[in-house]
Design a protein around this ligand. Sequence first.
Ligand code: LMR
Length: 398
Amino acid sequence: MFEHLHALPADPILNLMVQYRKDNNPLKVDLGVGVYKDEQGHTAIMQAVTAAETHLLATETTKTYIGPAGAEGFNYHISRLLLGNDHSAIKDQRITVAQTPGGCGALRMAAEFTAKCSPETTVWVSDPTWANHIPLLKGARLNITEYPYYDGETKGIRFDDMCSALESAKAGDVVLLHGCCHNPSGADLSTAQWDVIAELLMRKNLIPFVDIAYQGLGDGLAEDAYGVRLLADKAPEMLIASSCSKNFGLYRERTGSVIIISPNQQQAAVSASNLFSLIRGHYSMPPAHGAAIVETILGNAELTKSWDNELTVMRNRILQLRHQLAQEIAATGCSQDFSFIPRQKGMFSFLGINKDQVARLRDEHAIYMVDSSRINIAGLSSTNLGYVAQSLSKVLKG
Ligand code: LMR
């Protein structure tokens, strides 16, 4: 039977980690996979995470099963972090929350839930979107179509085209939106644009599906949740996938959540039974440790403050790196304009160079990025910024 399989290409993002590790060039720079790095190029464990782990080690008394929904305390805190403490959907008991194995687990369970409701559903995704959105949605056999999003010329959003495309969607279609820090472009909807999208989705009876994997790394915890909170306020039905990989630095702990918003409390109970049954049929239940860390932090005012402060440092550092990169490139005398980089949000931006130029940066300068020219801004540091800017400038000169 195995002979029916064909070898598949390696994952375009994750494979960059492998290539980078193998490279012996002392000047090598990793701008590939989206992980936060400090000035030393290290992905450190956040202080609140270490404190929470220390506390857990001293107090945990069991490793028994936690069930398909995961930890109740985590679900309580994460839903409030995303939606705010007093959100109407929470008060009206219209939400179903499940702790998931990372944001991918959340996306896949939301996709499976959608397919269970209606197998013919079309999901609209931004052009471009995070590469792994497609396999996660296709795995649930959903139809996928794109709406225009990033404009490579203006480096902003093709907002009118996006709205026109969504006007042509049919009632019941699902629209996947990046809550903040659009991956891969860094081009985010403004609050005014979120307002327009919310009105459009509600008028056309489209179902919002918000993927929010970078809350706190754009403008702030509440600011980054503007869109998700607005839609949750208005939509009778909605799907949310969130991740704690980046904002808690829990990449390998696989910690995320899926939230289903139903029209009323009765329907929410039906949604919950279906979601939990789907989870049971896929991975039975999520791993406990990462969620226990998040629950410990968010359940303790002092740890929450420490976490929030560290997250603020990370966010400000990314913003500063964005400014520095644009300045350093301009200082090389490069003819191309990179002043858009500080206008974009979160970990990613496209350099807007072609595949050959990306390959030359990798092969001649040991600078690694996704073929699309997406760079992880958080992989820059004062040590490598000048080198990256000089190398880019050289490659652009031909
Ligand atoms: C990324 O986009 O680089 C991250 O979300 C990591 C991943 O799993 O692709």
